[in-house]
Design a protein around this ligand. Structure first.
Ligand SMILES: NC(=O)c1ccc[n+]([C@@H]2O[C@H](COP(=O)([O-])OP(=O)(O)OC[C@H]3O[C@@H](n4cnc5c(N)ncnc54)[C@H](O)[C@@H]3O)[C@@H](O)[C@H]2O)c1
Ligand SMILES: O=C(O)[C@H]1O[C@@H](O)[C@H](O)[C@@H](O)[C@@H]1O
Length: 276
């Protein structure tokens, strides 16, 4: 964990959604270090609240519950939602209706800023031989990526119309280590994830900014120049894992759409619908 000296700015109350999830559990102690009170929320049970924490079980699709959840909150780190290609119904409930509920509640309670966990799957249909920036048009690789593109457009609407700021972080692959050759390009360490979230929370002026979430990897498809104003400087690199990852996966099928496109296997997963 990084020291709290990363950011000189402390918050009153931060809301962390998706707190029971993989990234939520990693970010929980790191965010606690920069606020007086950390409100944690998920629809699944979370580890019990410690001193300075409040845990609220809530479904993002429940408008009244989300309205109550945002009361007294200064800033939100919004990680909650469906995080893979699943049925349209589940994605719509959490990532479309849930996102609208969260933004509307944030507006009504005067929240200043949201850090939105968007995804590289907003642009998953670009090829791996293209270097793109947050200014390039969306090319979602499934319903999941499409729902994150909606979240970004929602953030733009709430900035343009209501002055609610958002940093949409198109996270690559935030795991302890890259799991395959693709993730050598998309990987973001947990320490760099913390650095990026802190930059997103504390940069003085962000409006609605979009940034890709990746470490300082040797191979990369994303140029974050349009987001330089955030001041994010990744310190880690996937290169230390390269030999081991390449040894595990020495051959790639270059006819495979998952090898050709940035979204990897997401480009050939789904679409899924609930049984009628
Ligand atoms: N980990 C990554 O590499 C990565 C990459 C790109 C984007 N993201 C995004 O970052 C966020 C966190 O990712 P993660 O890897 O921790 O995912 P995760 O699936 O482990 O965590 C998501 C959490 O959201 C909760 N959730 C789902 N639907 C909900 C609902 N309707 N109401 C309330 N809570 C609900 C889940 O219970 C879960 O705890 C997600 O929004 C994901 O789309 C993650
Ligand atoms: O592209 C990736 O590697 C990651 O993209 C994120 O959006 C997903 O939540 C995660 O499950 C994937 O592993």
């Amino acid at each position: 964990m990084l020291s709290s000296s990363v950011s000189p700015i402390r918050f009153g109350r931060i809301l962390l959604t998706g707190a029971a999830g993989h990234l939520g559990r990693e970010m929980r102690p790191r965010l606690k270090a920069c606020c007086d009170r950390l409100r944690l929320s998920d629809r699944e049970p979370m580890a019990p609240a410690a001193d300075g924490e409040e845990a609220v079980v809530a479904d993002l699709a429940d408008r009244a519950a989300v309205l109550a959840l945002l009361e007294g909150v200064d800033a939100v780190v919004h990680l909650g939602g469906v995080s893979t290609e699943q049925s349209w119904e589940r994605i719509a409930a959490a990532n479309i209706h849930g996102a609208v509920n969260l933004y509307e509640a944030a507006r009504r309670h005067g929240v200043r800023r949201i850090v939105f966990a968007s995804s590289n799957h907003v642009t998953g249909f670009y090829r791996q031989d293209q270097v793109i920036s947050p200014r390039d048009p969306a090319r979602p690789d499934g319903f999941y990526g499409l729902s994150k593109a909606f979240g970004e457009d929602l953030a733009q609407l709430y900035w343009d119309r209501f002055g609610l700021e958002t940093v949409s972080v198109r996270i690559g692959s935030a795991f302890a280590a890259p799991k395959d050759r693709r993730m050598l390009a998309t990987w973001m360490s947990f320490d760099d994830t913390e650095r990026l979230f802190m930059a997103a929370l504390t940069a003085p002026v962000v409006g609605h900014s979009i940034v890709y979430g990746l470490s300082d990897n040797a191979t990369a498809w994303w140029d974050n120049t349009p987001a330089r104003h955030l001041g994010y400087r990744p310190q880690d690199s996937s290169e230390v894992f390269r030999a081991e990852v390449e040894a595990r996966q020495p051959v790639l099928d270059r006819e495979d759409p998952a090898v050709i496109h940035q979204g990897g296997a997401f480009v050939r997963t789904g679409p899924f619908f609930e049984e009628a």
